[in-house]
Write a protein that binds this ligand. Structure first.
Ligand SMILES: Nc1ncnc2c1ncn2[C@@H]1O[C@H](COP(=O)(O)OP(=O)(O)OP(=O)(O)O)[C@@H](O)[C@H]1O
Length: 262
């Protein structure tokens, strides 16, 4: 398979007031890549993803998705994108089936196609019996599974995932990781944002670390290991973000917790 560019970012800069969140970022992402998109809290990961999804319209720089300049006036590119947000605004009052039908119709799928796919995918996630129950009655993990199905039901080519395994049990996590691996082998491109470093390390074939508005590392885990003296991705993350005070901070925290009145 010939791997083409799925996404290009040129000099992307985003500021909020005085604060520069993204500082002239450049990035080319190819089909079939699973990008582990990581960085400290507030680094700008969600901001980057929201810009690519057209949810944030004010920025400087240029973005191309599937070779076309991002044109918010023509949102057809969105039909090729799937998204699992970190904080889902899921419609709790709908049943799982109603929600998936709604999402499918937004993506232009026929009712029959959505029904069949939703049923089959929910069954594979052990949710068949919850199909016609309101999402508000679902556990956290069940909701997460509905979100994952919703992000994939229209067979997108580019997938943005923000902590997608959040709330999933160990068995379901294995299934989702395997699904992502197989989708990437089919040429789908996946942006995987997470703070769980050992999962990112295993699942990604390319890791991008964002810190202080810049990309400070970009490569496979093997490449990052060669470039840095530390071994695990967690250690590389600590090193590149200049963090070595976990013990002191924890000690101060605990001593404040233990001191003073009840
Ligand atoms: N609407 C907004 N107005 C002002 N500042 C904002 C706004 N949205 C985000 N920010 C700021 O932009 C920065 C980046 O936020 P973003 O949510 O992209 O970080 P993140 O890397 O996804 O963090 P996390 O790992 O905590 O999810 C933060 O400093 C945040 O306070």
């Amino acid at each position: 398979m010939e791997y083409k560019k799925a996404l290009s970012i040129y000099n992307l800069t985003k500021t909020y007031g005085e604060k520069t969140i993204l500082n002239a970022i450049n990035l080319d992402v190819y089909q079939g890549q699973i990008i582990g998109y990581i960085g400290p809290n507030g680094a700008g990961k969600s901001t980057t993803v929201k810009i690519m999804l057209g949810l944030i319209e004010e920025y400087q720089g240029k973005i191309e998705i599937f070779g076309e300049k991002l044109d918010l006036g023509d949102p057809s590119y969105k039909q090729r994108i799937g998204y699992v947000p970190e904080n889902a605004e899921i419609y709790d009052n709908l049943t799982a089936y109603e929600y998936l039908s709604f999402i499918g119709s937004l993506y232009g799928m026929s009712e029959d196609a959505v029904q069949l796919k939703a049923q089959q995918l929910m069954e594979l996630f052990n949710l068949r019996h919850g199909m016609h129950n309101r999402i508000s009655s679902f556990s956290k993990g069940m909701k997460q599974k509905v979100l994952i199905i919703a992000s994939l039901i229209h067979n997108p080519d580019l997938l943005f995932l923000d902590e997608p395994l959040s709330g999933l049990d160990a068995n379901s996590m294995i299934i989702v990781k395997e699904i992502l691996d197989q989708l990437a082998k089919q040429g789908k491109t996946i942006f995987y944002s997470s703070h769980i470093m050992d999962v990112v390390e295993k699942i990604s074939n390319r890791i991008i670390l964002l810190n202080n508005g810049e990309i400070v590392a970009d490569g496979s885990i093997e490449e990052l290991r060669q470039q840095n003296s530390e071994g695990s991705l967690e250690q590389i993350f600590n090193q590149l973000t200049g963090f070595d005070q976990h013990e002191q901070i924890a000690e101060s925290f605990v001593s404040i917790v233990l001191n003073g009145d009840r």
